[in-house]
Design a protein. Structure first.
Length: 300
């Protein structure tokens, strides 16, 4: 009864959102659950946050938070750091910045010439980031540096979804499976993003090796590129391990109230499900296992 009462208070408090701006709600939440993003959220203005925080119900607001953090981090980057600097910096948290020495790059869409059309169509984020139509997109203007920025933005999205596990546990508990179906699916949809960017980085290296020898020389000797790639790969492994741990924990604690079948997770009571994207992750990892992607060993 006590948990149910507290849950009701939590929902009522959220539904009284007009008393608090979306920014204020995010700041309150971040103090306990997303401390690494407090500074990023605090510095962002209400208009920008409201552009991405479009929902008022708790359920949908929670689903938006990884994207909100992703976009606010991009904004923080553009405010504090420049691609015109001799050394480009990427903020990870309050105490860690990753740095890479600037050098000449080429637009990411050049790699279309070495990636088969059928492969491109099967990679969810390819057109958005590699084949971006706008010449002003960060991945076109700044090539490999733009790919790194986007990969790190997805790191922040994935990291955020995992940090929200404790918020879901504190808010919803373990009686109703519906929030956990959402949490599992939302995590899974982001989980394969870093693997996709590893493919993009590999193809960028391959294209440079064949067509841009001066750029390739800088790529393979860049300590900053190696540091950022190794950070992404290490964090991806840690986050994937934590996701599986949380996934098993959720299934055990809900004791049969949700189940996974095929590539979907279902609420047993309603028989409604959402995607788990295990097949997408498997597909990307199969591509990464191809011999041509051994070029990534240059960064390991």
């Amino acid at each position: 009864m006590l948990r149910s009462f507290l849950f009701s208070i939590s929902i009522i408090g959220f539904l009284l959102a007009p008393l608090l701006s979306k920014k204020e709600q995010l700041l309150r939440m971040s103090k306990k659950y997303l401390p690494e993003y407090y500074a990023v959220i605090k510095e962002s203005d209400d208009q920008l946050i409201n552009q991405y925080a479009t929902k008022d119900s708790l359920k949908y607001f929670l689903e938006e938070i990884p994207t909100i953090v992703h976009e606010l981090w991009h904004n923080y980057q553009s405010t504090h750091f420049s691609y015109q600097d001799t050394v480009i910096q990427f903020r990870i948290n309050d105490t860690l910045k990753l740095k890479i020495k600037n050098f000449k790059t080429f637009p990411s869409n050049r790699i279309n010439s070495i990636v088969p059309a059928a492969t491109r169509k099967n990679i969810f984020r390819y057109d958005t980031y590699v084949n971006a139509k706008s010449k002003y997109h960060v991945t076109q203007q700044f090539g490999i540096f733009g790919l790194l920025e986007e990969a790190l933005a997805y790191y922040h999205s994935y990291h955020t979804t995992l940090l929200l596990f404790n918020y879901y546990a504190d808010t919803y508990g373990w009686k109703n499976p519906e929030p956990w179906v959402d949490w599992l699916s939302n995590n899974a949809s982001i989980r394969f993003s870093i693997a996709e960017f590893k493919l993009f980085i590999s193809w960028y290296l391959q294209y440079a090796q064949k067509h841009e020898p001066d750029v390739f020389k800088n790529l393979k000797s860049s300590k900053g590129l190696k540091d950022i790639f190794q950070f992404l790969e290490s964090e991806e492994n840690k986050m994937n391990t934590l996701y599986v741990q949380y996934r098993n924990d959720i299934i055990n604690k809900l004791n049969g109230k949700l189940y996974i079948e095929g590539d979907f997770v279902y609420n047993k009571a309603t028989r409604q499900g959402k995607g788990m994207y295990d097949e997408d992750l498997k597909k990307i990892n199969t591509l990464l296992a191809a011999p041509e992607h051994k070029i990534l060993d240059l960064l390991r």
